[in-house]
Design a binder for this molecule. Structure first.
Ligand code: GAL
Length: 416
């Protein structure tokens, strides 16, 4: 059934679905609009097209997905939810709590998801013990991306401490390069803050501050130090950073205008899309001081409640496709993320992908796999947005580091 048929009366619809529960087209709301993201999305589109499931694209640009979530709310309020929606962490749980999501237990049981999806992801993909979304990947935010030729020219290796990292940005700046490529949007500043808070305080501190929302941690000297590190980063950003999209900041590293970008591993998708090769053209390493910790976010496709059998069949087919091991490999190789299941071979992944897979497994085993604050895996949207506001205001010079830590305590308390 195509969209136009939704206008038909219920009788005709009943007849049609009685004849066959042929999968409909899927309408997919997502924010994958950069070059690398679109290339990854194509892997999914083509996979579904191979099964005769058509694709109605509903892109809502804006990294981190805030704009997409606003559009989603309007669609659901109007009684017209899309079939499947790209979603992060606590947003999935919130929609489930509203009773808006469908149930994927049948396909999950048939395909054995319980045994292969890491527990940290199941915590978001299940609600009340029922599968409500299909995890397509695991990204992580505490990465740095570097132009290798720029570092070679400056005689620099991979910095292993925060101080070395600062010295490297200074050397790049002295040589007329931009030290740190950055786009001035709240979610991008928050993404850097994930790694910076880890580098300043370590995993236990990150957990106390962003997951437990402990006011003492939020207002501590360690948090003041994290804000001071943000000020240091701010001093290596170029003058035109305001409002710049993240993929344009990646492009500055790709073309050698800038030395580094702190960004989640979706940035790798941009490097690959530009034909660049890890270790040869670019380097990937953890924010210095955050090694051994992985702040993760998992893109999942949440399936909304739909009544037509054809739409349900399309949701089940899409969920099964997403979770197939071969798809998880093909998709994540392009996207920059790593698979959302533990049994996918590393063979097709590049050096950064293999590193990401190993580090994810190690962090899960060591208790240092922590949900990304910036990407909705540490707390609900209200708290996340409150943290965004303080981090971005401070980055833009509205508060000193000491004031920012105080503001953080107040903002989180109000949002809780
Ligand atoms: C993240 C998402 C990634 C990537 C990024 C930038 O929230 O998990 O898949 O799309 O935003 O758009």
């Amino acid at each position: 059934m195509k969209r136009a048929s939704k206008l038909m009366g219920t009788v005709a619809l009943g007849l049609l679905t009685a004849v066959s529960a042929q999968a409909e087209d899927v309408e997919v709301l997502h924010w994958w609009t950069s070059g690398g993201e679109a290339a990854a999305l194509n892997v999914l589109k083509e996979d579904l097209q191979g099964q005769d499931i058509g694709w109605n694209d509903m892109p809502v640009a804006g990294g981190g997905g805030e704009a997409a979530m606003t559009t989603l709310r309007a669609r659901v309020t109007a009684g017209n939810p899309p079939t499947a929606v790209q979603m992060l962490g606590f947003d999935i749980q919130d929609w489930a709590a509203e009773g808006a999501l469908g149930n994927l237990n049948d396909v999950a049981a048939a395909e054995g998801w319980d045994a292969v999806v890491p527990a940290a992801l199941q915590a978001f993909a299940k609600y009340d013990g029922n599968w409500i979304s299909a995890p397509v990947n695991v990204h992580s935010t505490n990465w740095v991306w570097a132009n290798k030729a720029v570092l070679d020219e400056l005689g620099l290796g991979v910095p292993s401490t925060w101080e070395e990292f600062v010295a490297a940005m200074q050397a790049a700046k002295d040589a007329g390069k931009v030290g740190l490529a950055h786009g001035g949007q709240a979610w991008q500043e928050a993404t850097m803050f994930d790694g910076v808070v880890l580098s300043a305080g370590g995993p236990d501190f990150y957990k106390k501050a962003f997951i437990d929302l402990d006011p003492e941690a939020l207002g501590s000297d360690t948090m003041v130090e994290a804000f001071k590190r943000m000020e240091t980063l701010r001093s290596y950003v170029d003058d035109n950073f305001s409002g710049r999209d993240w993929n344009l900041a990646s492009a500055m590293v790709i073309n050698g205008e800038a030395a580094f970008q702190i960004m989640g591993d979706w940035a790798k998708g941009e490097f690959l899309n530009a034909g660049k090769v890890p270790d040869q053209d670019f380097l990937c390493f953890r924010v210095p001081g955050s090694e051994g910790v992985v702040t993760f976010n998992s893109d999942q496709f949440a399936m909304f409640n739909v009544s037509e059998e054809g739409a349900k069949a399309a949701q089940a087919a899409m969920a099964a496709s997403i979770m197939a091991p071969s798809f998880q490999s093909a998709f994540n190789v392009v996207k920059g993320s790593v698979p959302a299941r533990t049994d996918v071979p590393q063979d097709d992944f590049d050096a950064c992908g293999k590193k990401g897979m190993d580090q994810l497994a190690e962090a899960a085993a060591n208790g240092t796999l922590l949900g990304s604050m910036a990407h909705g895996h540490a707390n609900r949207a209200g708290v996340k947005n409150a943290i965004y506001d303080v981090v971005t205001a401070h980055f833009n010079g509205e508060f000193s580091a000491e004031e920012a830590a105080e503001e953080l305590v107040n903002a989180v308390e109000t949002a809780m």
